[in-house]
Design a protein around this ligand. Structure first.
Ligand code: GDP
Length: 452
């Protein structure tokens, strides 16, 4: 991978804005900029300074700009970096980019700035990936998780354990050198203890994935119940806009829209809201299957009956619901149609009364949803795994360690033991980037935007 050249990209979003920031990184970032900059001699300035000047293409003034200098290694990429703040017109930005490319810079590939930061040791791979998550985060919860990971998160934890395992690996290699003498440098009991310790950390991280994913992408939630009880109306009330189509005719289909609701920083992602209309009849044989399949994707279900049904009917449906092991909130809609006696009958059950149409009880429902999520024991300050690549590496490590344990308990030769430990080290290293291949890096960084 070539890091000897100087790369350039627009770092702010495409389109006009008040300011556009063009970033250069590489050995010649400052000297290339200096060729078109009319103002102070940038090559003579100290790091972390701002300089006002003109960008000129020959005699033509392209823009008035401010150039920010970061001299290696004190920059994001640990290379020389210049950030040119120009006026945010597409035309100006294109002119400046073209001009600097003519002077020797190369258009950056997606994620290439962050790739360089990683290659130059600014952070490990999982932290680099957290940068992408941080930029993409759109709720408090996903932001918390990304920040945590960017600041070291579980890679610190894994690094310490990996170092200890490296120590054992070298001891066992040493044994191989003295194979004829039948010596044991690596204490097998200590090795077993270490592996059990690593395993317990792995298991915690692996099981955190489900929750990490929920926080990153939103809590998947389903509104279920018979046709016409008011599910679409509730969805509208929750989203506070006419996204779902409400119709008098049960079973009207509509396009699938992924609807999201942000309550106090937690995103709720409504699954298959189109299905609300087309398959909701839980007693119909086919309907049951399809509704169940839909509900099983959820972490939380809002189960709705309406005032036209009886408490016994509700009970029957809830009994069905209990068979799938997903937490739910039972709501009785159209409470505006109730008389007091009917309401009392339902009040025996643990239900929330709603009038979706009148927007009554919707705020209470939101509070109840949050309370349910807290019961799912989400703790955003904990170390959570949110990345499928990390999950796979953790699972691979776990399998490799199982082989190591097996080798300790049923020793054949140290060769096998050494091999399995190496395998485990390999997978652990993949997470933090101690072990990388060009393909892996390409795969990770190509998902970034250009300019990151
Ligand atoms: P879905 O099939 O479960 O999605 O039900 P809809 O949301 O399409 O509602 C079916 C009918 O019930 C529509 O005519 C709604 O206007 C009506 N409806 C929904 N919520 C309420 C409510 O709180 N009170 C009353 N009286 N009618 C409602």
């Amino acid at each position: 991978m070539n890091t000897q050249d100087t790369i350039i990209a627009l770092s702010t979003p495409q389109g006009s804005g008040a300011i556009g920031v063009i970033r250069l990184s590489g050995p010649d970032a400052i000297s290339i900029t200096n060729q078109v900059f009319a103002g102070k001699d940038l090559t003579q300035q100290i790091s972390h300074t701002l300089h006002f000047g003109l960008i000129k293409d020959g005699d033509v003034i392209v823009d008035e700009v401010v150039a920010g200098l970061y001299v290696a290694p004190k920059s994001y990429t640990k290379e020389n970096v210049v950030e040119i703040s120009c006026h945010g017109s597409n035309y100006i930005i294109q002119q400046i980019l073209n001009l600097l490319i003519k002077k020797g810079a190369r258009a950056a590939k997606p994620g290439e700035f962050t790739l360089r930061a990683f290659l130059n040791g600014a952070f490990d791979l999982s932290q680099a990936e957290a940068v992408a998550d941080l930029i993409a985060s759109d709720s408090k919860a996903s932001h918390d998780v990304a920040i945590q990971q960017m600041r070291g998160g579980f890679s610190n934890e894994l690094k310490g354990l990996r170092d200890q395992l490296v120590h054992f690996a070298s001891m066992i290699e040493l044994e191989l050198d003295f194979a004829e003498e039948d010596v044991e440098f690596a204490n097998r009991d200590q090795l077993r203890t270490l592996i059990l310790k690593i395993n317990s950390v792995l298991q915690r991280l692996i099981s955190s994935f489900e929750m990490g994913n929920v926080l990153k992408n939103g809590v998947p939630i389903v509104i279920a119940g018979k046709p016409n009880v008011g599910k679409s109306t509730l969805l509208n009330a929750l989203l506070n806009e006419e996204r779902a189509i409400v119709s008098e005719i049960a079973g009207t289909t509509r396009d699938t829209i992924e609807d999201e609701l942000n309550i106090n920083g937690i995103i709720f992602r409504f699954i298959d809201t189109a299905g609300i209309r087309d398959t909701a009849d839980i007693i119909e044989a086919k309907g049951v299957e399809r509704t169940l399949a839909r509900m099983k994707q959820a972490k939380l279900i809002i189960y709705m009956v309406d005032a036209l049904q009886t408490p016994d009917e509700l009970q029957e449906q809830l009994t069905d619901l209990n068979k799938i092991d997903i937490p739910y909130l039972a709501v009785v809609n159209k409470a505006d149609l109730f008389n007091d006696e009917q309401k009392n009958e339902f009040a025996q059950k643990e239900v929330l009364f709603l009038s979706a149409k009148e927007n009554i009880g919707v705020e209470e429902l939101k509070t109840a949803l949050l309370a349910k999520v807290n019961l799912l024991s989400i703790n955003t300050s904990e170390t959570l795994v949110t990345n499928i690549r990390h999950l796979q590496a953790l699972q691979n490590t776990e399998n490799a360690l199982a082989n190591v344990l097996n080798n300790i308990d049923n020793p054949i030769t140290s060769d096998f033991l050494a091999m399995d430990i190496k395998q485990a080290l390999h997978y652990l290293g993949e997470i933090t980037g101690v072990v990388t291949t060009d393909d892996l890096l390409e795969n990770i960084f190509s998902k970034f935007c250009i300019g990151k």
